[in-house]
Design a protein around this ligand. Structure first.
Ligand SMILES: *Cc1c(COP(=O)(O)O)cnc(C)c1O
Length: 345
Protein backbone atom coordinates (compact mmCIF):
# COMPACT_ATOMS: atom_id res chain seq x y z
CA UNK A 1 0.00 0.00 0.00
CA UNK A 2 1.17 3.51 -0.83
CA UNK A 3 1.19 6.60 1.32
CA UNK A 4 -1.29 9.42 1.56
CA UNK A 5 0.65 12.13 -0.16
CA UNK A 6 0.24 15.88 -0.09
CA UNK A 7 2.29 16.89 -3.10
CA UNK A 8 3.34 20.54 -3.06
CA UNK A 9 4.46 22.26 -6.25
CA UNK A 10 7.14 24.63 -4.96
CA UNK A 11 7.60 26.38 -8.29
CA UNK A 12 3.83 27.03 -8.55
CA UNK A 13 3.95 28.57 -5.07
CA UNK A 14 6.81 30.81 -6.16
CA UNK A 15 5.10 31.69 -9.44
CA UNK A 16 1.91 32.66 -7.57
CA UNK A 17 3.93 34.80 -5.17
CA UNK A 18 5.63 36.58 -8.08
CA UNK A 19 2.34 37.02 -9.93
CA UNK A 20 0.83 38.73 -6.86
CA UNK A 21 4.00 40.81 -6.38
CA UNK A 22 3.82 41.90 -10.04
CA UNK A 23 0.30 43.21 -9.47
CA UNK A 24 1.66 45.64 -6.88
CA UNK A 25 4.96 46.71 -8.45
CA UNK A 26 5.38 49.77 -6.23
CA UNK A 27 5.09 47.78 -3.00
CA UNK A 28 7.05 45.09 -1.18
CA UNK A 29 5.17 41.81 -1.03
CA UNK A 30 5.23 39.95 2.26
CA UNK A 31 4.42 36.24 2.56
CA UNK A 32 1.76 35.20 5.09
CA UNK A 33 2.76 31.82 6.52
CA UNK A 34 0.54 31.52 9.59
CA UNK A 35 -1.04 28.18 10.56
CA UNK A 36 2.06 26.29 9.42
CA UNK A 37 2.06 27.94 6.01
CA UNK A 38 -1.68 27.33 5.48
CA UNK A 39 -1.09 23.69 6.33
CA UNK A 40 1.67 23.11 3.78
CA UNK A 41 4.67 23.57 6.10
CA UNK A 42 5.80 27.05 7.20
CA UNK A 43 9.52 26.36 6.87
CA UNK A 44 9.26 24.95 3.36
CA UNK A 45 6.96 27.76 2.23
CA UNK A 46 9.09 30.51 3.80
CA UNK A 47 12.27 29.15 2.19
CA UNK A 48 10.58 29.03 -1.23
CA UNK A 49 9.23 32.58 -0.88
CA UNK A 50 12.53 33.85 0.37
CA UNK A 51 14.15 32.45 -2.77
CA UNK A 52 11.42 34.17 -4.81
CA UNK A 53 12.30 37.52 -3.23
CA UNK A 54 10.17 37.84 -0.08
CA UNK A 55 11.84 39.68 2.78
CA UNK A 56 8.87 40.08 5.09
CA UNK A 57 6.73 37.34 6.64
CA UNK A 58 3.62 37.28 8.79
CA UNK A 59 2.65 34.59 11.30
CA UNK A 60 -0.29 34.54 13.73
CA UNK A 61 1.45 33.77 17.02
CA UNK A 62 4.99 34.04 18.36
CA UNK A 63 5.57 30.28 18.53
CA UNK A 64 5.20 30.09 14.73
CA UNK A 65 8.17 32.37 14.11
CA UNK A 66 11.03 29.95 14.81
CA UNK A 67 10.43 27.73 11.78
CA UNK A 68 10.26 30.80 9.55
CA UNK A 69 13.44 32.26 10.97
CA UNK A 70 15.30 29.02 10.43
CA UNK A 71 14.13 28.87 6.82
CA UNK A 72 14.84 32.49 5.90
CA UNK A 73 18.00 33.57 7.69
CA UNK A 74 18.71 36.55 9.90
CA UNK A 75 17.70 39.47 7.68
CA UNK A 76 14.03 38.56 7.11
CA UNK A 77 11.43 40.46 9.14
CA UNK A 78 8.87 38.23 10.85
CA UNK A 79 5.71 39.98 12.04
CA UNK A 80 3.41 38.47 14.69
CA UNK A 81 -0.20 39.37 13.88
CA UNK A 82 -1.64 38.70 17.34
CA UNK A 83 0.75 41.27 18.73
CA UNK A 84 2.18 41.27 22.23
CA UNK A 85 0.28 38.67 24.19
CA UNK A 86 1.25 38.28 27.82
CA UNK A 87 4.21 35.98 28.36
CA UNK A 88 5.07 35.40 24.69
CA UNK A 89 8.71 35.19 23.68
CA UNK A 90 9.37 37.28 20.57
CA UNK A 91 13.05 36.61 20.01
CA UNK A 92 13.92 38.72 16.99
CA UNK A 93 10.40 38.82 15.52
CA UNK A 94 8.19 41.89 15.42
CA UNK A 95 4.83 42.03 17.25
CA UNK A 96 2.02 43.91 15.50
CA UNK A 97 0.56 45.79 18.46
CA UNK A 98 -3.22 45.85 18.39
CA UNK A 99 -4.35 47.99 21.34
CA UNK A 100 -3.16 50.62 23.78
CA UNK A 101 -2.76 47.82 26.33
CA UNK A 102 -0.45 45.89 24.00
CA UNK A 103 1.49 49.04 23.14
CA UNK A 104 2.22 49.96 26.75
CA UNK A 105 3.02 46.37 27.69
CA UNK A 106 5.39 46.00 24.77
CA UNK A 107 7.17 49.30 25.31
CA UNK A 108 7.64 48.48 28.99
CA UNK A 109 9.09 45.03 28.26
CA UNK A 110 10.82 45.63 24.91
CA UNK A 111 11.85 49.30 24.86
CA UNK A 112 13.72 50.20 21.68
CA UNK A 113 12.91 46.88 20.00
CA UNK A 114 11.09 46.85 16.65
CA UNK A 115 7.28 46.75 16.62
CA UNK A 116 4.42 47.38 14.22
CA UNK A 117 0.87 48.64 14.71
CA UNK A 118 -2.51 47.46 13.50
CA UNK A 119 -5.45 49.87 13.21
CA UNK A 120 -9.10 48.88 13.03
CA UNK A 121 -10.57 50.39 9.86
CA UNK A 122 -13.98 48.80 10.40
CA UNK A 123 -13.62 45.03 10.66
CA UNK A 124 -13.81 45.17 14.47
CA UNK A 125 -11.52 42.21 14.99
CA UNK A 126 -8.02 43.45 15.79
CA UNK A 127 -6.40 46.83 16.02
CA UNK A 128 -6.52 50.27 17.61
CA UNK A 129 -9.91 51.95 17.35
CA UNK A 130 -9.74 55.33 15.57
CA UNK A 131 -10.25 57.18 18.86
CA UNK A 132 -7.50 55.24 20.64
CA UNK A 133 -5.16 55.88 17.73
CA UNK A 134 -5.94 59.59 17.68
CA UNK A 135 -4.98 59.83 21.34
CA UNK A 136 -1.73 57.87 21.05
CA UNK A 137 -0.64 58.51 17.46
CA UNK A 138 2.12 61.00 18.23
CA UNK A 139 3.52 58.87 21.06
CA UNK A 140 3.44 55.74 18.90
CA UNK A 141 4.97 57.48 15.89
CA UNK A 142 7.73 58.85 18.11
CA UNK A 143 8.58 55.26 19.08
CA UNK A 144 9.15 54.48 15.39
CA UNK A 145 7.01 51.54 14.23
CA UNK A 146 8.25 49.43 11.33
CA UNK A 147 4.81 49.36 9.78
CA UNK A 148 1.25 50.58 10.27
CA UNK A 149 -1.37 48.20 8.91
CA UNK A 150 -5.05 47.34 8.77
CA UNK A 151 -7.07 44.47 7.31
CA UNK A 152 -10.01 44.36 4.88
CA UNK A 153 -13.16 42.42 5.78
CA UNK A 154 -14.71 42.03 2.31
CA UNK A 155 -11.82 42.19 -0.16
CA UNK A 156 -12.87 38.93 -1.83
CA UNK A 157 -15.95 40.82 -3.08
CA UNK A 158 -14.54 43.59 -5.29
CA UNK A 159 -17.83 45.52 -5.51
CA UNK A 160 -18.53 45.49 -1.79
CA UNK A 161 -18.88 49.06 -0.47
CA UNK A 162 -16.97 48.04 2.69
CA UNK A 163 -13.74 48.09 0.66
CA UNK A 164 -13.79 51.80 -0.12
CA UNK A 165 -15.13 52.59 3.36
CA UNK A 166 -12.17 50.83 4.97
CA UNK A 167 -9.76 52.44 2.52
CA UNK A 168 -11.08 55.88 3.45
CA UNK A 169 -10.91 55.08 7.17
CA UNK A 170 -7.32 53.82 6.85
CA UNK A 171 -6.29 56.92 4.87
CA UNK A 172 -7.97 59.16 7.42
CA UNK A 173 -5.94 57.59 10.20
CA UNK A 174 -2.61 57.36 8.37
CA UNK A 175 -2.26 59.95 5.60
CA UNK A 176 0.82 62.03 6.27
CA UNK A 177 2.67 59.51 8.45
CA UNK A 178 6.20 58.66 7.42
CA UNK A 179 6.30 54.93 8.15
CA UNK A 180 5.37 52.22 5.64
CA UNK A 181 1.69 51.30 5.43
CA UNK A 182 -0.03 48.00 4.63
CA UNK A 183 -3.71 47.27 3.95
CA UNK A 184 -3.99 44.53 1.32
CA UNK A 185 -3.97 40.73 1.64
CA UNK A 186 -4.63 38.65 -1.50
CA UNK A 187 -8.08 40.14 -2.07
CA UNK A 188 -6.80 43.68 -1.55
CA UNK A 189 -3.95 43.15 -4.02
CA UNK A 190 -6.57 42.28 -6.64
CA UNK A 191 -8.60 45.43 -5.81
CA UNK A 192 -5.93 47.57 -7.45
CA UNK A 193 -3.25 50.15 -6.71
CA UNK A 194 -5.30 52.33 -4.33
CA UNK A 195 -5.14 49.45 -1.88
CA UNK A 196 -1.46 48.54 -2.21
CA UNK A 197 0.37 51.16 -0.12
CA UNK A 198 3.97 50.15 0.76
CA UNK A 199 3.70 46.48 1.73
CA UNK A 200 1.13 43.90 0.68
CA UNK A 201 0.49 40.66 2.59
CA UNK A 202 0.01 37.75 0.20
CA UNK A 203 -1.59 34.63 1.63
CA UNK A 204 -4.18 32.33 0.06
CA UNK A 205 -3.44 33.34 -3.53
CA UNK A 206 0.11 32.00 -3.25
CA UNK A 207 -1.28 28.69 -2.09
CA UNK A 208 -3.52 28.44 -5.15
CA UNK A 209 -6.79 29.52 -3.51
CA UNK A 210 -9.58 31.96 -4.31
CA UNK A 211 -9.98 34.89 -4.74
CA UNK A 212 -6.86 34.65 -6.95
CA UNK A 213 -8.61 32.92 -9.86
CA UNK A 214 -5.43 32.91 -12.00
CA UNK A 215 -3.36 31.08 -9.38
CA UNK A 216 -1.51 27.99 -10.46
CA UNK A 217 -2.63 24.91 -8.50
CA UNK A 218 -0.10 24.22 -5.75
CA UNK A 219 -1.24 20.98 -4.16
CA UNK A 220 -2.23 17.52 -5.16
CA UNK A 221 -3.79 15.20 -2.59
CA UNK A 222 -3.29 11.54 -3.50
CA UNK A 223 -4.91 8.81 -1.45
CA UNK A 224 -3.81 5.17 -1.61
CA UNK A 225 -6.24 2.45 -2.67
CA UNK A 226 -6.16 -0.39 -0.12
CA UNK A 227 -8.72 -2.76 -1.57
CA UNK A 228 -11.30 -3.08 -4.34
CA UNK A 229 -14.42 -5.25 -4.46
CA UNK A 230 -17.52 -5.86 -6.56
CA UNK A 231 -20.72 -4.68 -4.91
CA UNK A 232 -23.84 -6.25 -6.38
CA UNK A 233 -27.00 -4.25 -7.15
CA UNK A 234 -28.96 -3.77 -3.94
CA UNK A 235 -25.95 -4.08 -1.61
CA UNK A 236 -24.91 -1.13 0.52
CA UNK A 237 -21.55 0.52 1.26
CA UNK A 238 -20.31 2.08 4.47
CA UNK A 239 -21.77 3.34 7.75
CA UNK A 240 -25.55 3.64 8.08
CA UNK A 241 -26.15 2.07 4.65
CA UNK A 242 -26.55 5.49 3.07
CA UNK A 243 -25.48 4.28 -0.36
CA UNK A 244 -27.06 1.37 -2.19
CA UNK A 245 -25.62 0.07 -5.47
CA UNK A 246 -28.12 0.56 -8.32
CA UNK A 247 -26.08 -1.81 -10.49
CA UNK A 248 -23.05 -4.05 -10.18
CA UNK A 249 -20.30 -1.63 -9.09
CA UNK A 250 -16.55 -1.87 -8.50
CA UNK A 251 -15.79 -0.03 -5.26
CA UNK A 252 -12.31 1.02 -4.11
CA UNK A 253 -11.52 1.64 -0.46
CA UNK A 254 -9.05 4.45 0.04
CA UNK A 255 -6.95 5.13 3.14
CA UNK A 256 -7.83 8.65 4.30
CA UNK A 257 -10.82 10.10 6.09
CA UNK A 258 -12.20 12.92 8.14
CA UNK A 259 -9.23 12.67 10.51
CA UNK A 260 -7.20 13.83 7.50
CA UNK A 261 -9.35 16.89 6.81
CA UNK A 262 -11.59 15.11 4.31
CA UNK A 263 -14.78 16.50 5.71
CA UNK A 264 -17.65 14.13 6.44
CA UNK A 265 -19.96 16.51 4.55
CA UNK A 266 -18.41 15.07 1.36
CA UNK A 267 -20.32 11.80 2.06
CA UNK A 268 -22.71 10.63 -0.69
CA UNK A 269 -26.05 8.93 -0.44
CA UNK A 270 -27.67 6.87 -3.20
CA UNK A 271 -29.37 9.86 -4.81
CA UNK A 272 -26.50 12.21 -4.91
CA UNK A 273 -22.72 12.00 -5.29
CA UNK A 274 -21.21 15.15 -3.87
CA UNK A 275 -17.58 14.78 -4.91
CA UNK A 276 -15.35 12.61 -7.08
CA UNK A 277 -11.97 11.08 -6.54
CA UNK A 278 -9.95 11.27 -9.73
CA UNK A 279 -7.82 8.83 -11.64
CA UNK A 280 -6.13 11.39 -13.86
CA UNK A 281 -9.13 13.01 -15.57
CA UNK A 282 -11.56 10.18 -14.87
CA UNK A 283 -14.05 10.92 -12.10
CA UNK A 284 -14.77 8.20 -9.55
CA UNK A 285 -17.75 9.27 -7.41
CA UNK A 286 -17.26 9.01 -3.66
CA UNK A 287 -19.93 6.62 -2.38
CA UNK A 288 -21.28 6.25 1.15
CA UNK A 289 -20.03 7.94 4.27
CA UNK A 290 -16.58 9.37 4.82
CA UNK A 291 -15.19 7.44 7.83
CA UNK A 292 -12.41 8.55 10.15
CA UNK A 293 -9.64 6.86 8.15
CA UNK A 294 -11.35 5.50 5.02
CA UNK A 295 -13.44 6.54 2.08
CA UNK A 296 -15.00 4.51 -0.71
CA UNK A 297 -15.36 5.38 -4.39
CA UNK A 298 -17.06 3.92 -7.44
CA UNK A 299 -14.20 3.00 -9.77
CA UNK A 300 -16.32 1.09 -12.31
CA UNK A 301 -15.27 3.55 -15.03
CA UNK A 302 -11.61 2.49 -14.78
CA UNK A 303 -9.99 -0.26 -16.85
CA UNK A 304 -7.40 -0.76 -14.15
CA UNK A 305 -7.51 0.73 -10.68
CA UNK A 306 -4.38 2.77 -9.94
CA UNK A 307 -2.43 2.64 -6.66
CA UNK A 308 -3.89 5.97 -5.62
CA UNK A 309 -6.76 8.34 -6.42
CA UNK A 310 -6.65 12.14 -6.16
CA UNK A 311 -9.07 14.23 -4.15
CA UNK A 312 -7.35 17.50 -5.08
CA UNK A 313 -5.46 17.98 -8.33
CA UNK A 314 -5.27 20.38 -11.25
CA UNK A 315 -8.63 18.89 -12.39
CA UNK A 316 -10.46 19.32 -9.06
CA UNK A 317 -9.01 22.25 -7.15
CA UNK A 318 -8.98 23.14 -3.45
CA UNK A 319 -11.89 25.54 -3.82
CA UNK A 320 -13.97 23.01 -5.78
CA UNK A 321 -13.81 20.66 -2.80
CA UNK A 322 -14.26 23.48 -0.26
CA UNK A 323 -17.44 24.64 -2.07
CA UNK A 324 -19.06 21.21 -1.62
CA UNK A 325 -18.36 21.31 2.12
CA UNK A 326 -19.70 24.85 2.32
CA UNK A 327 -16.38 26.34 3.37
CA UNK A 328 -13.38 28.14 1.85
CA UNK A 329 -10.02 26.96 0.56
CA UNK A 330 -8.31 28.45 3.61
CA UNK A 331 -10.12 26.11 6.00
CA UNK A 332 -9.66 23.03 3.85
CA UNK A 333 -5.90 23.60 3.53
CA UNK A 334 -5.36 24.24 7.22
CA UNK A 335 -7.33 21.11 8.22
CA UNK A 336 -5.30 18.60 6.20
CA UNK A 337 -3.44 17.37 9.24
CA UNK A 338 -0.31 15.46 10.05
CA UNK A 339 -0.76 12.06 8.42
CA UNK A 340 0.13 13.08 4.87
CA UNK A 341 3.61 12.64 3.60
CA UNK A 342 4.38 16.16 2.35
CA UNK A 343 6.26 15.66 -0.90
CA UNK A 344 7.81 18.71 -2.50
CA UNK A 345 8.13 18.71 -6.28
C1 LIG B 1 -4.44 35.85 7.02
C2 LIG B 1 -4.11 37.29 6.87
C3 LIG B 1 -3.54 37.76 5.69
C4 LIG B 1 -3.43 36.92 4.44
O1 LIG B 1 -4.72 36.86 3.87
P1 LIG B 1 -5.03 36.08 2.52
O2 LIG B 1 -6.47 36.35 2.30
O3 LIG B 1 -4.75 34.64 2.79
O4 LIG B 1 -4.15 36.63 1.46
C5 LIG B 1 -3.11 39.07 5.65
N1 LIG B 1 -3.27 39.89 6.72
C6 LIG B 1 -3.85 39.46 7.87
C7 LIG B 1 -4.00 40.41 9.00
C8 LIG B 1 -4.30 38.17 7.97
O5 LIG B 1 -4.88 37.76 9.10
Amino acid sequence: MGQMVLEIDRSALQANYRALADKAPGARTAGVVKADGYGLGAGMVAAALSEAGAQDFFVAIASEAAAVREATGPSARIFILSGHMDGADFGDSIPVLNSPEQFFRDRAIRPGQPFAVQLDSGMNRLGFEPGEWAGLKSEIMAAGPELVMSHLACADEPDHPMNSRQLAAFRDMTDGITVPRSLAATGGILLGPDYHFDITRAGIGMYGGMPFADARPVIRLSLPVIQTRIVEAGETVGYSNTWTAQRRTRVATVAAGYADGIHRALSSDSDRARINLLAGDTPCPLVGRVSMDLITADVSALETVPDSLDLISSVQKVDDVADVIGTIGYELLTQLGGRYERRII
